[in-house]
Write a protein that binds this ligand. Structure first.
Ligand code: FAD
Ligand code: EPU
Length: 339
């Protein structure tokens, strides 16, 4: 049931050609369980794949790749103001957001057009335009690979942080997320705290935005600066925005008073910087080496113009880490999963 020596090129948004020893898909928990029995028999490493929009393949994978295709959309609980929606982990995230909009359910419209699957959304607590998954997350079901048991995780069990969860840290590679539940609102309260959304709405002369208006604004902003993976290979932000000591930020601001910085409301000793700005200042924005480089409109995004190798893009990311460290004394951290 697995395909041997399989090229993952069309299964990662960077469009990198790299082979895995075996490739299979599962569209139910039962299919996943029988695939895992086969994985144990073959005794090879396992990689779970969703949309492949947050990975960089730097070499062939000597192991088994299983792609999650568990579908499903159901409203499982409803009160006067709130609804719990359950989604199969293999649903496409943006399609799920659109379905919720069709049901007039508010809470995830700011996360429109993020590529990938619903099941991967809790992995790094996806976020954009003032909203993170943790703001609307209810609970998830995940299959424990070792025991084959289904375990439930509530919000505190996921230990969400900025682009972080327990599944990227302590429980890395131990679970397959099979479904996710979200708590959405019936009486829409839009979140336009992110400046660019208001600008976009003002341009369209919208004064009382609906959740559809906010979604449209977010889509327009994203399309104006992020490359479409169908056209230019990429995995979104390659690095996290660094959270640094306030004293180091003050030192940098003396020389660069225009530097974007966002004080941490929960810890007055720390502030978040914009990695895109740091990388641009270090001279990398729009830089192109052969068929890969740094996006012209957003320095946080590394791109494959076609035919590049993952290891070259990885090496470019190392050059960026070193240059930003040398110029600003700031350590960037990769956000994309390196395989
Ligand atoms: P994959 O890339 O397939 O997998 C990512 C990781 O999760 C891998 O380690 C994989 O093994 C693991 N994994 C996947 N599914 C499961 C599962 N069911 N169970 C267990 N482990 C699993 N992210 C943001 O947060 N905000 C953004 O605004 C944003 N913008 C983006 C824009 C572009 C153009 C692109 C290409 C990416 C962007 N991303 C953004 C990153 C990406 O879309 C998200 O990280 C997304 O959640 C990845 O989903 P995926 O299904 O493609 O995951
Ligand atoms: N900036 C520059 N030069 C650049 C890029 C950005 O100076 O080349 C500056 C901008 O002018 C702005 C600041 O950096 O002042 C922030 O830029 P932007 O609003 O574009 O957001 P970001 O911090 O670069 C983050 C997320 C995105 C998310 C957007 C919107 C991370 C690592 N990235 O980007 O997420 O969509 O905010 O909320 O937190 C992703 O994770 O893949 C991703 C795309």
């Amino acid at each position: 049931m697995f395909q041997a020596n399989f090229d993952l090129k069309s299964y990662n948004t960077f469009g990198i050609s790299a082979k895995c020893s075996f490739f299979g898909t599962f569209s139910s928990v039962e299919e996943l369980k029988s695939s895992l029995t086969e994985v144990k028999r073959l005794n090879l490493p396992l990689m779970i794949l969703g949309g492949g929009s947050n990975i960089l393949l730097t070499k062939d994978y000597h192991g088994i790749v299983l792609r999650n295709e568990i579908k499903g959309f159901a409203i499982i609980n409803e009160t006067e103001n709130q609804v719990i929606v359950k989604s199969g982990a293999g649903e496409v995230w943006h399609e799920f957001v659109m379905k919720c909009l069709d049901h007039n359910l508010a809470g995830i419209e700011n996360l429109s057009l993020i590529p990938g699957s619903v099941g991967a959304s809790p992995m790094q607590n996806i976020g954009a335009y003032g909203v993170e998954i943790k703001d609307v997350f209810h609970r998830l079901e995940a299959l424990h690979i070792e025991s084959g048991e289904i375990h439930l995780f509530d919000k505190s069990g996921c230990r969400f942080g900025y682009r972080e969860s327990v599944f990227k840290r302590e429980l890395k590679d131990q679970y397959v997320i099979t479904s996710v539940e979200f708590e959405l609102q019936k009486n829409a309260r839009v979140n336009t705290s992110y400046g660019a959304i208001n600008e976009e709405l003002a341009n369209k002369k919208i004064t009382k935005p609906t959740i559809k208006d906010v979604s449209d604004a977010v889509i327009a902003i994203r399309q104006s600066k992020l490359p479409d993976p169908k056209v230019i290979g990429n995995a979104g932000s390659f690095f996290k925005n660094p959270v640094i000591d306030i004293e180091l930020a003050k030192k940098i601001l003396l020389e660069y008073p225009e530097m974007p910085n966002y004080p941490d409301r929960s810890n007055s000793n720390q502030t978040k910087l914009a990695a895109g700005w740091l990388i641009e200042q270090a001279g990398f924005k729009g830089k192109r080496i052969e068929n890969y480089g740094v996006h012209t409109k957003q320095a946080l995004v590394l791109v494959n113009y076609g035919g590049s190798e993952g290891k070259d893009i990885y090496n470019l990311s190392s050059d960026i880490l070193a240059a930003v460290k040398e110029k600003f004394g700031v350590d960037l951290e990769r956000e994309v999963n390196i395989m």
